[in-house]
Design a protein around this ligand. Structure first.
Ligand code: ADP
Ligand code: MG
Length: 572
């Protein structure tokens, strides 16, 4: 292995030469306390930055064994180290060095959620940090001295400050790991208690803004109301580290969240959506958990749908279009919402989360007067209100629905929560009385069983990832677009995706699914289950041929969402 001195000599030799000369520094270097691997050197200063790794043995890092003793704690520890690494970059590195993106270190450190990612890996050999460096340039010339400063002076300080237990704020690491493990354990208790979600007392649900996921802070005109459970719904969960915790338990079945506009209904639902993830301490939602298969369902007109059986909700379309194998390039609000539900059921979900704000009205309700005017024979849609109980009673799939605009759901609800100035109240009893005193005139329109098919088999050949001269060209553009070969996959309506590194991983997972599982004729459901098991066993690295630091773990449900929105998808 080469030494630090070798790297210094190489950088001095190429100083001032054309940028391509940087290719000479690829390789492994012994830095004493850690090994530096320069895996990929960028071709020019404006290309994607160079990929590097620093691997320190465990006896350098000295992370206490208790932080590594189970999977959840390892993920949380790695997440903490990644955030410290990013912070150290900001603190230690000189800014404004060289042209383009050159002169910058970067590590993929995530937002409010704690995800399994490839930026820092903890394994038996030690701690491995994967980061990128824009190798510094003046125009297109190598700035060797500056590179020397970055790699030989700044990098060792970053590594020392972030990968070494004794230089970390050990109390912060402790509480980070404990808080994450507590959430995982709380989520695990839900099913046994007959709950689908839990919102701990004192939680801060509203976010700073529509584009900033950090907690809303109290300002002079905006008091923030901490969550406090209605007594009727209050339950207690236990936490291995934080002790017992009380809060609102949302029971299985059909739950309505009602209340006036701007009273916090959607904010509550959104926190339940995000309750599939663990949050960092101080987020405000680190005591909010939902079943891990919870799925946000919304209308998404314009999306493509490929051979989905939407007949439980849509049948008798004009001109006898088949809705048992419904395909369209351009779904309507109601057909897209129906497809979203049936695709989630196909993969497997225990909880649907629906907001009136993002639903198709005609999918959600059809009241008595409309039933009188437009007879059932002329309306293809069976509204959700007529299926929601069947979903629970036959399929054990619960629903939480935000519904401020119609009382038609009172007849089918088990639990009703009223949001009043951001305070939840249980109004289930009042609703029972209203149902008794004011019978609904509408008729139930269900005439059929609920059939859910889960054996769609994607054709492997439909996943062509080639573009131009490249056999595989897959990338993410921000959070909600995957570039897959020549196609763009639009995930802007897939609302539980939180990190563009998940998006990137999904792009790669699609190719992996097609080569490994679709090629064998496996169904989407079975193939994704196998894929998930492999990811669990071997980690995200199986998805790509190189060691990259910018992947984060997606759920099976979001991978399915992307495959289902891939416009070239073909199904056997
Ligand atoms: P609804 O869906 O009932 O119309 P929203 O959930 O959209 O209401 O909330 C309306 C506004 O109130 C949002 O700007 C949100 O950030 C804010 N908000 C929600 N919950 C709280 C709270 N607990 N404290 C302070 N502001 C809140
Ligand atoms: Mg709303």
């Amino acid at each position: 292995m080469r030494t630090m001195q070798d790297l210094v000599s190489a950088l001095r030799r190429i100083d001032g030469r054309g940028y391509k000369a940087y290719k000479d520094i690829a390789g492994e270097y012994d830095f004493g306390e850690f090994t530096l691997s320069i895996d990929h050197v960028q071709g020019d200063p404006f290309a994607a930055p160079s990929r590097l790794r620093a691997t320190a043995p465990l006896n350098f890092a000295e992370i206490p064994a208790r932080h590594l003793e189970n999977r959840t704690r390892r993920v949380a520890t790695a997440d903490f180290l990644t955030r410290r690494f990013a912070e150290s970059i900001r603190r230690i590195c000189r800014q404004n060095r060289g042209s383009g993106k050159s002169g910058l270190f970067s590590i993929d450190s995530g937002g409010q959620e704690v995800l399994e990612r490839t930026s820092i890996l903890l394994h038996s050999a030690g701690v491995e940090a994967r980061f990128t460096v824009g190798l510094p340039a003046a125009g297109r010339r190598v700035l060797g001295r500056q590179a020397e400063e970055m790699l030989l002076s700044e990098l060792p300080r970053i590594v020392s400050a972030s990968l070494r237990y004794r230089s970390l704020q050990s109390g912060d690491l402790e509480s980070h790991v404990d808080t994450v493990e507590d959430q995982e354990e709380m989520r695990g208790q839900l099913a046994g208690l007959g709950l689908v979600s839990f919102v701990g007392n004192g939680s801060i649900l509203p976010r700073s803004s529509g584009v900033d996921d950090r907690p809303l802070l109290t300002g002079h005109s905006t008091p923030v109301v901490p969550f406090s459970s209605p007594p009727e719904l209050e339950v207690e969960l236990t936490r291995p580290n934080g002790g017992p915790i009380r809060g609102m338990g949302i029971p299985e079945g059909v739950t309505l969240i009602v209340g006036g506009g701007f009273h916090g209904k959607s904010t509550l639902l959104r926190s339940l959506e995000r309750g599939i993830y663990n949050h960092i301490p101080g987020d405000g939602r680190e005591r909010v958990v939902s079943l891990e298969t919870a799925v946000k369902i919304r209308a998404e007109d314009g999306r493509s749908v490929v051979k989905v059986d939407i007949s439980p909700f849509i049948s008798n379309l004009p001109f006898e279009r088949d809705t048992r194998q419904f395909s369209t390039e351009n779904a309507s609000g109601s057909t897209s919402q129906a497809a979203n539900i049936l695709e989630a059921l196909e993969i497997g979900t225990d909880l649907l989360l629906i907001d009136e704000d993002t639903s198709a009205t005609n999918f959600i309700i059809r009241d008595a007067r409309m039933q009188e005017l437009v007879s059932k024979e002329r309306e293809p849609i069976t509204p959700f209100v007529d299926r929601v109980r069947q979903l629970y009673e036959r399929e054990k799939v619960s629903t939480v629905l935000v519904m401020g605009g119609s009382g038609d759901y009172f007849d089918v609800a088990d639990t009703v929560i009223l949001m009043d100035r951001y305070e939840p109240c249980s109004v289930t009893e009042e609703v029972r009385k209203i149902v008794a005193n004011r019978p609904n005139q509408r008729k139930r329109e269900v005439t059929t069983e609920l059939s859910i098919s889960n054996d769609r088999r994607p054709v492997a050949g439909s996943f062509d990832a080639s573009r131009g001269r490249r056999d595989v060209k897959i990338d993410a553009r921000g959070l909600s677009t995957i570039l897959f070969g020549t196609e763009n996959i639009d995930l802007s309506a897939v609302e539980q995706l939180v990190d563009s590194s998940q998006t990137r991983a999904i792009g790669e997972a699609i190719l992996f699914f097609s080569r490994r599982y679709a090629a064998e004729g496996m169904s989407l459901r079975d193939g994704l289950e196998m894929l998930d098991r492999e990811l669990q066993r071997q980690g995200l690295d199986i998805l790509v041929p190189y060691k990259v630091g910018n992947l984060a773990r997606p759920r099976r449900l979001e991978i399915a969402s992307a495959i289902n929105r891939f416009r070239k998808l073909r199904v056997q």
